[in-house]
Design a protein around this ligand. Structure first.
Ligand code: FPP
Length: 247
């Protein structure tokens, strides 16, 4: 029996997939080869999450800041994303996984948007699991967008300023029905949030591993889930064992 068979499974895992470039450099290969190998990890982790019973998986696939990368790297990432969508559509459908996106998807080239729209439509009735791709995503941009929409509604007289509370803000984020992540994994060892899900990770357990994303597969996912199972989540309450207050 694997350790995940006996441990508590997070409902929602979010991942900052970092280290593709370093992986390629270590192997003496061009950066794109690192992204290609990273796409294989995406496939492996999506499957492992489904098998483990993780209901939501959010992957930071492209940040709003990533547009400053060299044109060839951006083009390569777009190609990989399209290839992933084309080659995995059937698998997602058969496994009842619904594809969703969050971010400024309108920034993407038409061919990618069309492919995304097709797979989103083809999987929209599936609900065993949700695969959420954060694309041209930024946490600050998401919060600013919510604030803009709330301001517009206040101005239109639909809501009063006094009604603007945390629930209202949460309802104006990209995917209001998706629960906050229980576990945020960052590969590649950096101790940063990098503008990912800023609102949603307030009480999320953080797990940073030095393993580079192309080397992060099923075994590494199970290790992260096992570590999550050992954490005591208190949400600002009291640790019953120690009687001490904790955030
Ligand atoms: C960060 O590594 C990774 C990215 C910016 C892109 C992630 C993309 C993939 C895993 C492949 C395609 C995605 C899908 C959903 C099929 P980095 O390049 O910043 O690595 P470094 O810090 O070592 O340079």
């Amino acid at each position: 029996m694997t350790e995940t068979a006996t441990t508590k499974i997070p409902t929602h895992i979010a991942i900052i997939m970092d280290g593709n470039g370093r992986w390629a450099q270590r192997c003496g290969l061009p950066r794109l080869r690192g992204h290609e190998e990273g796409a294989r990890s995406v496939r492996a982790v999506v499957k492992a999450c489904r098998d483990a019973g993780v209901k939501y998986l959010t992957l930071y696939a492209f940040s709003v800041e990533n547009w400053v990368r060299p044109k060839v790297e951006i083009a390569g990432l777009m190609r990989l994303l399209r290839r992933f969508l084309r080659s995995r559509e059937r698998e997602l459908r058969d496994n009842k996984v619904r594809l969703r996106v969050m971010g400024r998807v309108e920034d993407f080239p038409a061919e990618v948007r069309e492919e995304l729209a097709r797979v989103i439509k083809a999987t929209e009735s599936r609900d065993s699991g949700h695969l959420i791709l954060a694309l041209s995503y930024g946490g600050r941009a998401e919060i600013a967008r919510a604030a803009r929409e709330i301001a517009r509604r206040v101005q239109a007289g639909e809501i009063a300023p006094a009604q603007v509370d945390e629930n209202m803000v949460a309802r104006h984020l990209y995917l209001p029905d998706v629960p906050d992540p229980d576990l945020l994994i960052r590969t590649g060892g950096e101790m940063r949030i990098s503008n990912f899900l800023l609102w949603q990770v307030s009480y999320t357990e953080l797990y940073v591993t030095p393993v580079l994303w192309p080397d992060f597969r099923e075994k590494e996912l199970h290790e992260a889930i096992a570590e999550y199972g050992r954490r005591q989540r208190r949400f600002g309450g009291i640790d019953p064992a120690r009687g001490t207050e904790s955030r």
